[in-house]
Design a protein around this ligand. Structure first.
Ligand code: SF4
Length: 455
């Protein structure tokens, strides 16, 4: 499988890439399949069943809302967060969906949207089964999909219909692991971001890729700004108060002081993840739950590094995206498969590598930064209280951001030589994730989720 950095860094809405964006993509794909097979006009009722982690934490992660929006044809990168409530209120009041905005079909949420907490579908813990029935109650189409992390979707045959996968031949440098990536870069005299750029320009111009990356950054930055200005209580039964706006006001009132850099990084990460928890527009990096780390560290680069410039932003995102691809290929970026090491841990590794790259690190130092960023997140569990992507998720992004900066700084102080390779730490993360009890993999059946009362 050949993956683009734009599969890793995608615009979408909160609160979860695996439990919100992926299900929305899957539901839309089911609707498109109905249309393609000429069945859309015959549909009288649609139904959806959720399995595994999607059933366990789907309510808190807004999976139910995402499914209805997806069946109506919405896509994570296009949906307007300000119109979502009105759409959902209409579906609820009418007991009816408008499939792809073209065809009405009955949809009674109590009967047609079922959560099977104790059942799994065969290929992955995040399973969904969609059904369409005609007016006589006969089945027109049944399809199963899986949300496999970061908004990626896989169908019942193991294919990924809703991603931008390319043919390996499209890209000049097809690497499967970090060792191959480093070797190809050395053989061709390229810095890592140059090699990733060469791959991304296989079917478009360098100017277009740079433009897309700067646009990705502007969406991240806008998310930070919205988070810094938004007050109040986050959605859900925990009634968690937003903190970023108050902290931001205190920092601004204190005037410029570089010794406050940790507070600034904290507030940027908190701002993004509060926006994500509120269902706002974010960029997966590599997931929604971990969406604050890359923006907070990139903002740190821009505010605190005197040499910061647009070229640095581009190098940062190319490198971070390239590291994310390594995790996607060799392990997983799904909290339901790997625990939080697959989300916050991967984001920390990506951001560490991105920052090192923007600061002019050698390829070996970049690989070292990425490795340090993951090594000290190994074993990190996923245990969101009440199934909401809020506690520990929001604060955890602030911690992951600081760790990423430290990892980049340690790597830059070295010469790139180190004992544990990035490939070894990715393999370790993968094995640790497979060994981890499902209680700690986005089910809210262990850890903080059971030791902290919900209200
Ligand atoms: S604990 Fe980590 S993996 Fe789990 S929902 Fe929160 S951010 Fe995602």
């Amino acid at each position: 499988m050949s993956i683009s950095i734009f599969d890793i860094l995608k615009v979408g809405i909160g609160p979860s890439s695996s439990h919100t964006m992926g299900p929305m993509n899957a539901a839309r794909q089911f609707a498109l399949d109905l249309e393609e097979q000429g069945l859309l006009g015959k549909v009288d009722r649609v139904a959806c069943q959720l399995y595994g982690s999607l059933a366990a934490t789907g309510k808190g992660h807004c999976t139910d809302r995402a499914l209805m929006l997806g069946l109506e044809g919405e896509q994570p990168h296009r949906v307007d967060p300000d119109r979502v409530e009105a759409t959902l209120a209409r579906i609820s009041a009418d007991g009816c969906l408008n499939i792809l905005g073209k065809h009405p079909a009955k949809f009674d949420q109590a009967l047609d949207l079922l959560f099977h907490h104790d059942q799994l579908l065969p290929l992955h813990t995040n399973g969904m089964r969609f059904s369409a029935l005609d007016a006589k109650g006969e089945t027109l189409l049944v399809e199963e999909f899986y949300s496999i992390g970061g908004g990626f979707v896989m169908d019942q045959h193991g294919n990924s219909p809703a991603t931008a996968d390319r043919q390996a031949a499209d890209m000049p440098f097809v690497f499967e692991n970090a060792e191959e990536l480093l070797q190809m870069a050395a053989d061709n005299g390229l810095k890592l971001p140059e090699l990733i750029l060469a791959n991304e320009t296989a079917d478009c111009s360098e100017e277009q890729v740079r433009g897309r990356l700067l646009e990705i950054w502007s969406v991240m930055d806008a998310c930070i700004e919205r988070g810094l200005q938004s007050e109040g209580i986050l959605p859900g039964i925990l009634k968690v108060p937003r903190r970023a706006a108050k902290l931001y006001r205190e920092l601004v009132a204190g005037g410029p002081d570089d010794s406050d850099f940790m507070d600034w990084v904290d507030v940027w990460a908190l701002a993004v993840n509060e926006e994500n928890a509120a269902g706002g527009k974010v960029v997966t990096a590599p997931t929604n739950g971990a969406a604050g780390i890359v923006p907070a560290v990139l903002k740190y680069y821009l505010k605190f590094m005197p040499q910061a410039c647009d070229d640095g932003i581009v190098d940062f995102l190319l490198t971070a995206g390239g590291i994310g691809i390594l995790y996607k290929k060799n392990a997983s970026i799904s909290g339901a498969e790997m625990g939080c090491q697959g989300e916050v841990g991967v984001a920390c590794s990506m951001a560490a590598a991105g920052l090192a790259s923007a600061l002019g690190a050698s390829n070996e130092q970049i690989e070292n930064a990425a490795e340090i960023g993951m090594e000290h997140n190994l074993g990190l569990t996923c245990d969101p209280i009440a199934g909401l992507v809020q506690i520990p998720c929001i604060e955890r992004n602030a911690m992951g951001s600081i760790k990423a900066i430290n990892a980049a700084r340690m790597a830059l102080r070295g010469d790139g030589k180190h004992m544990v390779s990035l490939d070894q730490v990715i393999a370790t993360m993968h094995q640790t994730g497979l060994d981890m009890s499902t209680r700690y993999k986005e089910t809210s059946k262990g850890g903080l989720a059971v030791n902290v009362p919900e209200c």
